[in-house]
Ligand binder design. Structure first.
Ligand code: AMP
Length: 424
């Protein structure tokens, strides 16, 4: 038997209702905050990611699915969405219409990481990106949106970490100080980090190797090196979070795995998930649009990991499954024939209707209706057709009533719709 590729997964029907619930909840919230959906391809030129994410990052060094297509062009399955959103913003000159855009996108990402619980090689993100706003209120608003989303999902125990990574004015001074801090720690650093020490020492904060983690504990804090403008920016972000009662922890080693971040970075963590506890992360990337050949417009965004959120919410999948409003138990060929018409009519009226084509006994059709969890069953056999009235059974109250066949669709649709609004 041919099986799934390692690190990839199927999302089965028992779980898709939960996935849709998470996606719809965030989609609605994003639209209330003025975001519009952008759909971007899964495949891009490799250079887009190499230039944006940064050559010395784990993603670019080890994790990308890159291949040469038949003409020899180097293509990559996207490991994240921001680079593609920026490419689209530049390529379609969206900035010319208005520099300020709020865009979101939903879809799979691909990273060849070591698979484990909560870490897949194809995983799903919902990304939100804001272009054209330098104002720290844009950063705070995104964090507010993210935490409102967590609250709407009724997730407790989500911890928000925030940091500032400074800007090209102040970060070089911090890098130099970090390099001198690391200069006499060669023995504690893993071979990857030794390589990064000169080129990109901030990456070492992300290393999971215990001796690297330990040696970084006394590392200098970027927050002590921020220039005046970056300090003010970070101050306003924190002030707004305080004003909206969003608790946060300042984590000066939160550098995030990509090179393009400036100033604010943030991450939402769920302790209940264990080792892979980040459910969302983001930050500001003021130089990225320009670095990719666009105008000098700032950006700020976040990515939510849908796989991990659905894992956190797994207990809630059951109540979300879509059940038929009505199951038609038709006994005998004459009834089956009419019921086939009814079931199509119900669906056209927005009623979720199901039927069994097997013409089984009433008892086994009732069992099937139960299995589907149908709210109502409409029973029709020769006797009902002769008396020109089918029987409608409410599966919760077990009440039954006769419905004249002549007005059947209208009457049943009415009963079902009233019971749905009544139970809301
Ligand atoms: P990142 O783009 O690395 O900042 O990731 C943003 C979010 O995507 C994380 O907080 C995770 O929830 C999710 N994520 C990242 N990598 C993976 C992965 N390999 N498997 C599952 N979810 C992931």
């Amino acid at each position: 038997m041919i099986k799934l590729v390692r690190g990839f997964k199927d999302i089965l029907p028992a779980d898709t209702a939960l996935w849709q619930y998470v996606e719809t909840t965030l989609r609605e919230l994003l639209e209330d905050f003025g975001f519009a959906e952008l759909r971007i391809p899964i495949l891009e030129q490799t250079e887009l990611f190499a230039r944006s994410i940064g050559a010395n990052t784990d993603i670019v060094e080890k994790e990308m699915y890159t291949f040469a297509d038949r003409k020899g062009d180097s293509l990559t399955l996207r490991p994240e969405a921001t680079a593609s959103v920026v490419r689209a913003y530049i390529q379609h000159k969206l900035y010319a219409k208005d520099p300020v855009w709020k865009l979101y996108t939903i879809g799979p990402m691909f990273r060849r990481e070591r698979p484990q619980k909560g870490r897949y090689r194809q995983f799903y993100q919902i990304n939100a990106e804001v272009f054209g706003l330098h104002d720290p209120r844009a950063d705070a608003e995104l964090i507010l949106l993210l935490m409102t989303f967590m609250r709407r999902l009724e997730l407790s125990g989500i911890v928000l970490h925030i940091n500032s990574l400074g800007c090209p004015e102040c970060r070089p001074r911090f890098k130099e100080s970090l390099k001198s801090f690391l200069a006499d720690r060669s023995e504690q650093l893993c071979s990857d980090c030794l390589g990064r020490r000169d080129k990109n020492p901030l990456r070492i904060f992300d290393c999971k190797v215990p001796s690297c983690k330990e040696s970084m504990q006394d590392a200098p804090s970027i927050l002590d090196y921020l220039c005046h403008a970056c300090q003010n920016h970070f101050f306003t972000v924190k002030e707004i979070l305080d004003r909206f009662n969003i608790p946060y922890e300042i984590n000066h080693s939160l550098v995030r795995g990509l090179d393009y971040y400036t100033r604010t970075t943030f991450e939402a963590l769920a302790g209940a998930l264990g080792a892979q506890d980040a459910v969302a992360g983001g930050g500001r990337y003021d130089g990225l649009v320009k670095a990719l050949g666009g105008p000098d417009q700032p950006g700020v965004g976040f990515a939510v990991g849908v796989d991990r959120l659905t894992e956190l919410l797994a207990g809630r999948a059951q109540g979300l499954e879509k059940r038929p409003d009505i199951f038609i138990a038709a006994i005998g060929e004459r009834a089956q024939d009419i019921a086939f018409q009814w079931v199509q009519d119900f669906r056209l009226q927005g009623v979720r209707a199901e039927i069994d084509f097997e013409n089984r006994s009433l008892k086994s059709q009732m069992r099937r209706a139960d299995k589907f969890g149908a709210s109502y069953v409409l029973i029709a056999g020769d006797r009902e057709l002769d008396s020109k009235a089918a029987v409608l059974r409410n599966m919760t109250t077990k009440e039954q009533k006769e419905i004249p066949i002549q007005d059947l669709i209208g009457l049943v649709v009415n009963t079902i719709k009233t019971s749905i609004t009544g139970s809301e």
